[in-house]
Design a protein around this ligand. Structure first.
Ligand code: TXA
Ligand code: MG
Length: 321
């Protein structure tokens, strides 16, 4: 199959409408889209990704007004979340209606919904004319793609189309919040920080973020968020926190962090970021660049566990398993 690279949201949407797979840009990472009402198309997303069938997909919508076409909003706090963060990098898990394909939700009675804060994504989704199921557009277990080239690296010849857009401005996936209980429960840390959520809603006392890191597969959260069961975000190289191993001068290693590393000149690749936003923006692309250079070990500085730093720690911890 020839993978079409297009700048036209309408062309990409046309492919979705005819049952094909099209990758598209969002502000977090690129998604691999399929018509959420089409069982076969959704099935194919799992197949090409190599994704376990028990790990449900997020349904993407052009606007918040469409949420109630696929889900039931039962809790008042959902409106506060929608008002504060949607469109944006927040995914809500809600009770589902029967509209979307069962394959999307992996048989759960809930559905995850997200409205990207991204002009091209919104134009594409509007033109699709209905809900679009999309995981991050990477092979299962690989780092999420923040550029269209990274999508091509994983899927060239295997998907119908890539809607070309700019590099994702955030670079980390959306935050996932379960909204089916009396209080919202954080299922996946992400681009919206815990502090930002707490300004708007009364988050249930889940595992502390520290526990979440230790037990990236805690029992209760695993039941609610199947995605956490599986290895994620990993490059081929071994990922280590720079503070766990003394950094040795190493000509087969790379380094990313907020401070200059010791022995900086001996690394294959070094990226020093100005702040955690830039660290999040660079992380997955740095993993891919390191792989392309044949790096064996990637040292990652552990940022402070506040704000986006906590999400970055989560992703590095998962990649290092
Ligand atoms: O930023 C993002 O969220 C990107 C862009 C493309 O929107 N998408 C993304 O999708 O990261 P994916 O498939 O890589 O991650 C979706 C996460 C998984 O952890 C999955 O288990 C969880 O959302 N999820 C999906 N549906 C769910 C549901 N009904 N209940 C609980 N968790 C769900
Ligand atoms: Mg993913």
């Amino acid at each position: 199959m020839q993978t079409l690279i297009t700048d036209s949201a309408l062309t990409a949407a046309e492919r979705i409408r005819s049952g094909k797979l099209a990758a598209f840009p969002t502000e977090t990472v690129y998604g691999l889209g399929a018509d959420a009402l089409d069982d076969d198309a959704v099935q194919r997303v799992f197949e090409v990704k190599g994704r376990p069938f028990d790990n449900p997909l997020i349904v993407h919508l052009a606007a918040a007004a469409a949420i109630e076409s696929v889900a039931r909003v039962e809790q008042d706090f959902v409106r506060s979340l929608v008002e504060a963060f949607i469109p944006g990098p927040l995914t809500l898990v809600l009770k589902r209606t029967s509209l979307v394909s069962d394959a999307v939700t992996a048989g759960l009675d809930t559905v995850a919904v997200r409205v990207p804060d991204h002009a091209i994504a919104q134009r594409f989704l509007a033109a699709c004319g209905g809900p679009v199921a999309a995981p991050s557009a990477n092979k299962s277990g690989r780092p999420s793609p923040t550029t269209w080239e990274a999508v091509r690296e994983d899927f060239d010849g295997e998907i119908d189309c890539i809607l070309r857009g700019p590099r994702s401005t955030i670079g980390l996936e959306s935050t996932v919040v379960d909204c089916t209980s009396e209080r919202p429960v954080l299922l996946r840390e992400g681009a919206v920080t815990v502090g930002q959520l707490r300004q708007v809603v009364d988050l249930a006392a889940t595992d502390s973020v520290a526990q979440m890191e230790e037990a990236a597969v805690g029992v209760s959260r695993t039941a609610r968020s199947p995605g956490l069961r599986h290895r994620h975000y990993a490059p081929r190289a071994q990922v280590v926190f720079a503070d766990e191993l003394e950094i040795e001068p190493d000509v087969t290693a790379s380094y990313i962090g907020l401070r200059e590393p010791e022995h900086g000149s001996s690394f294959v690749l070094v990226r020093v970021c100005r702040n955690v936003e830039e660290y999040g923006y660079e992380l997955y692309q740095f993993f891919r660049d390191s792989d392309a250079l044949g790096v064996v070990k990637i040292y990652c500085e552990r940022p402070a566990r506040t704000g986006l730093g906590s999400t970055i720690i989560d992703r590095i911890a998962r990649a290092s398993r």
